[in-house]
Design a protein around this ligand. Structure first.
Ligand SMILES: [Ca+2]
Length: 161
């Protein structure tokens, strides 16, 4: 089976932890990069949670930390839903994993321009990293196969004011 190359942009969060598991273990998918963004909780926490999850599943996927705030408004997190850490109730073991030494939108550009075939971008957090990528490197769009989004709402949905 040919595996679909994907990049996952995420803000874990317990719900995103389930999506990360699917991205790692679905035999149809080839997860090449993860990027984090502030959303459910701060980007430091979503990055820590994402690294913890990669360690927990013994997955060797590079991860880059992304935007700490939205572009046009202050951050309003959802710690009231996900708990202070974003993964409340889970205790992970220690590890020494670190994010890449470049921000997410640069890592996204590098992955896209060097990819031998177009990559599907799966964005399941706020779209700030994707916006930065497209603002700064619109030439990368040629190598985005699809943009799959779970975010935004036409009514009730992701954001409860
Ligand atoms: Ca999410």
């Amino acid at each position: 089976m040919e595996r679909l190359p994907i990049i996952l942009d995420t803000d874990p969060g317990i719900d995103d932890a389930a999506a990360i598991a699917a991205a790692l273990f679905a035999p149809q998918l080839d997860l090449q990069l993860m990027t984090t963004v502030a959303g459910n909780v701060s980007v430091e926490k979503t990055t820590r949670n994402a690294l913890q999850l990669l360690h927990f599943w013994n997955a060797d996927v590079p991860l880059a930390q992304g935007a700490a705030t939205p572009l046009l408004r202050p951050l309003r997190d959802a710690a009231y839903v996900h708990g202070e850490s974003g993964m409340e109730g889970y205790d992970f073991v220690g590890h020494d994993r670190q994010p890449l030494a470049k921000p997410a939108f640069i890592a996204l550009r590098d992955a896209l321009i060097s990819a031998p075939q177009p990559i599907t971008l799966v964005a399941i957090g706020p779209l700030t990293n994707i916006a930065l990528l497209l603002m700064h490197y619109p030439e990368c769009t040629f190598n985005i196969r699809r943009l799959v989004i779970m975010g935004g709402s036409a009514g009730r949905g992701e954001l409860h004011p």
